[in-house]
Design a protein around this ligand. Structure first.
Ligand code: GLV
Ligand code: GLV
Length: 322
């Protein structure tokens, strides 16, 4: 009989879904019933062979305890894994697939977008134009620091962080600093490894590109923001959980730092009346880092290939090994 796969929403890209449909029986959660509940996941994990999920679907230890004996694999259409208790899955001998590489360039590209949007005040300027505040061309109106000649600090120097650094070379930045778990030997980008505090003190732009783990949870706190330059800009395209958001809000309100560009925050979606949404020096995007047609489609396909490989007990194209 065909493998039974539960799919957590009905708007995944078609190409990946079609790959699965050829070989599996799919039960697809219809979003018209609302977002999937934990109870539904508990019900499904008992009777299915695999889950095809996204980053809004939390897979915790308790849930994994309900897994039926046929349940083999969780495939998430994301590179981030902070919504999954990976250690508990491993203990339960459940394999986990994710989608690295295919979203690296798109996410790095959006990071550059946020650097420009914040430093050149794109949204603020657009809003001013629409409100009729554009009275005449004015020499210092809407000026910002720009990227040329700046010092960039990248926190988390994996695939995405390194891709951001490479793209930034074309903008003629003067230095790229990074900190991460490992010093990258002979990196051809010429980025300089520093400690966290030094990166904060020296950088004109601080960019977060790490994954969210117990080690990186809330590492950007009040003390750390206070080390940054008052002219500096903070950009996060990783996970909101890396930041103490109250501390960031205060730092922006009190001009401890000059601005922020966030593609991720806490919670998501952030309430539309949240104080961060009121600030002109804060650009907020609804978690669209990987949102190019090409990347999202490739993520969907890779997530499907991961399931098919695991169902055959083959090597998965992208499996997380702990
Ligand atoms: C997006 O945030 C992802 O993890 O793919
Ligand atoms: C994620 O893909 C990273 O390594 O930055």
């Amino acid at each position: 009989s065909k493998a039974k796969v539960f799919v957590s929403r009905d708007d995944f890209p078609a190409e990946g879904m079609n790959l699965l449909k050829e070989r599996c029986d799919l039960e697809i959660w219809p979003l018209k019933k609302g977002l999937l509940s934990r109870d539904e996941l508990v019900k499904q994990i008992k009777v299915k062979d695999a889950f095809y999920i996204a980053l809004g679907d939390k897979i915790d230890k308790e849930l994994l305890k309900s897994a039926g004996k046929n349940f083999k694999v969780i495939s998430t259409m994301s590179v981030g894994l902070d919504h999954i208790d990976v250690a508990a899955a491993k203990e339960a001998k459940i394999r986990i697939g994710y989608t690295p590489d295919v979203l690296t360039e798109a996410t790095a590209e959006l990071t550059i977008g946020l650097l420009i949007a914040t430093s050149r005040r794109l949204f603020e300027a657009n809003k001013a134009l629409r409100c009729g505040d554009w009275k005449s061309w004015s020499p210092l109106w809407m000026c910002g620091p720009g990227l040329e000649g700046s010092t960039i600090g990248i926190f988390g120097f994996g695939r995405i962080g390194q891709s951001v650094a490479k793209k930034l070379l074309a903008f003629r930045v003067s230095r790229i600093l990074y900190c991460g778990r490992k010093k990258k030997e002979g990196n051809e980008i010429g980025a300089i490894h520093t400690d966290f505090d030094c990166l904060l003190k020296e950088s004109d732009f601080v960019i977060v590109n790490c994954s969210l783990t117990p080690e990186t949870k809330c590492v950007f706190n009040k003390d750390k923001f206070s080390l940054m330059k008052p002219t500096s800009i903070f950009v996060n395209t990783a996970r909101g959980g890396v930041v103490d958001q109250e501390a960031l809000l205060e730092a922006l309100q009190n001009k401890v730092i000059a601005g922020a560009g966030l593609d991720c925050m806490n919670p998501e979606p952030i309430p539309t009346d949240h104080p961060l949404t009121k600030l002109d020096n804060c650009v907020l995007l609804p978690h669209i880092g990987s949102a190019t047609f090409g990347s999202r489609n490739a993520m969907g396909v890779l997530a499907a290939q991961n399931i098919l490989a695991a169902l055959d007990d083959r090597e998965m194209p992208a499996e997380i090994k702990v």
